[in-house]
Design a protein. Structure first.
Length: 421
């Protein structure tokens, strides 16, 4: 079962999507860090002028073609932005954790789906074996009854009744074979396993001691609310929305932006022998200019857009708080009702059903012997056999459910379905 989970995680398109999404969150985090650094750009341009142009030497107008080459470097950085940069960085850090957690949550959800599909395969394979054993017993009983009818020990009605039972057992085997094949296809689908390939299912099981464990549901929940991926997901979403609200409120405050630049140029007239330009190095040095500026931006009125954005962000925070409360309540109920209590219940049922199966096996053997001695009818044999099959089916189902619930309880206690490699 664990190998099936590992294969599903390694080959699942959904897990790959979550991994790419997590990488996008990491990229956003790097971009948020870069927002603290100044932006630097360099530019260069060339311009050809035709017709009337200004002579840069004496500012007179000349009717001649010109060539102008411009170079510049500029830089700018926010000195103050109402805490938006730091909040955007914190939000990106939370989102990075959220992306990683969503990837793990997708792995856990897929593991549960694969585990359930695997359990169904094992169950229907076990039922197929029980049905095959029952058909073999019915076939043997039919041969014995036919021989006894030839010897005058049984009637034709007894032979017909056993033959009907044999046909019913054959139909039951076919039905469970179909259910097993369907369950196997479902398992391959969950694993993203090729449908045409053979999937070997190991049904060898160890002996289990079905002893109900007394564990504190409160302790398991306290651990899960801080460490379970589902609880972490809504906690991180709440934090992200809170930072979003802080960013929205920061739009009401002013910002300060500083910038500076250095530029120079080279200029000359084309096809003009009367004007001899300075050399490129002289112009590059002499035409250089610098500037520095600080801009204070104060928001006054932007058609209520800032107010509406902040209001929506605040409502998202309240929605996230309500969702977190709801999810934690559901998580506590799941741990208590559908995990711990179910596991203890299946453990107790398994113990009782194991005794019931042994008793039904003994009763069936006794009924079959009495039937051969003429003390029981074929209907009694059929009833005893059906009761034994039902008890075996219930025992197998409870055993498998107990194993699955143990895995789920361990999961809420912090033991992963599949160890991260």
């Amino acid at each position: 079962m664990t190998e099936c989970m590992e294969y599903a995680i390694e080959n699942s398109p959904v897990i790959k999507q979550r991994a790419y999404e997590a990488d996008n969150y990491r990229a956003n985090y790097i971009a948020a860090l870069g927002a603290f650094l100044p932006g630097i750009s360099a530019d260069a341009g060339t311009q050809f002028g035709f017709g009337r142009n200004i002579n840069p030497d004496d500012n007179t107008i000349k009717n001649v073609s010109s060539f102008n080459n411009v170079y510049g470097v500029s830089a700018g950085v926010y000195l103050f932005r109402s805490g938006q940069l730091i909040n955007q960085w914190k939000q990106a850090r939370v989102d990075k954790l959220l992306g990683k957690n969503n990837e793990q949550l997708a792995k856990d959800e897929l593991s549960i789906e694969v585990m359930e599909a695997y359990i169904n395969v094992i169950y229907y394979r076990g039922m197929m074996k029980f049905a095959a054993d029952k058909l073999e017993e019915s076939t043997q009983n039919y041969s014995k009854t036919s021989r006894m009818e030839e010897l005058g020990l049984k009637s034709i009605a007894d032979v017909a009744q056993i033959e009907v039972q044999m046909a019913a057992d054959d139909y039951s085997l076919t039905q469970y074979e179909n259910l097993y094949n369907t369950a196997l296809i479902t398992l391959k689908e969950k694993m993203n396993f090729p449908y045409e390939a053979n999937l070997y299912i190991d049904t060898l099981t160890s002996e289990f001691n079905y002893i109900p464990a007394n564990e504190s549901v409160a302790d398991i929940f306290e651990y899960a609310r801080e460490n379970n991926p589902t609880a972490i997901q809504y906690n991180l979403r709440l934090q992200s929305y809170r930072y979003d609200y802080k960013i929205a409120k920061g739009n009401f405050l002013p910002s300060i932006y500083a910038s500076g630049s250095i530029s120079t140029n080279y200029y000359k007239f084309l096809n003009d022998d009367t004007s001899v330009p300075d050399s490129f190095s002289d112009q590059f040095r002499n035409n250089r200019g610098e500037n520095f500026s600080i801009t204070l931006s104060i928001p006054i009125f932007n058609r209520l857009s800032t107010t509406s954005t902040a209001r929506r962000a605040r409502n998202y925070v309240r929605i996230a708080e309500a969702q977190q409360t709801e999810v934690l309540q559901q998580l506590q109920g799941t741990i208590e009702k559908k995990s711990v209590l179910d596991r203890e219940g299946y453990a107790k049922e398994t113990i009782q059903l194991d005794k019931q199966v042994r008793a039904n096996e003994l009763a069936y053997q006794l009924t079959l012997r009495q039937y051969e001695e003429g003390l029981m009818s074929p209907l009694d044999v059929q009833t005893s056999s059906a009761t034994l099959l039902e008890a075996r089916a219930n025992l197998l189902q409870k055993q498998l459910m107990y194993i699955m619930k143990c895995k789920i309880v361990d999961y809420y206690k912090g033991i992963p379905f599949v160890e991260n490699k």
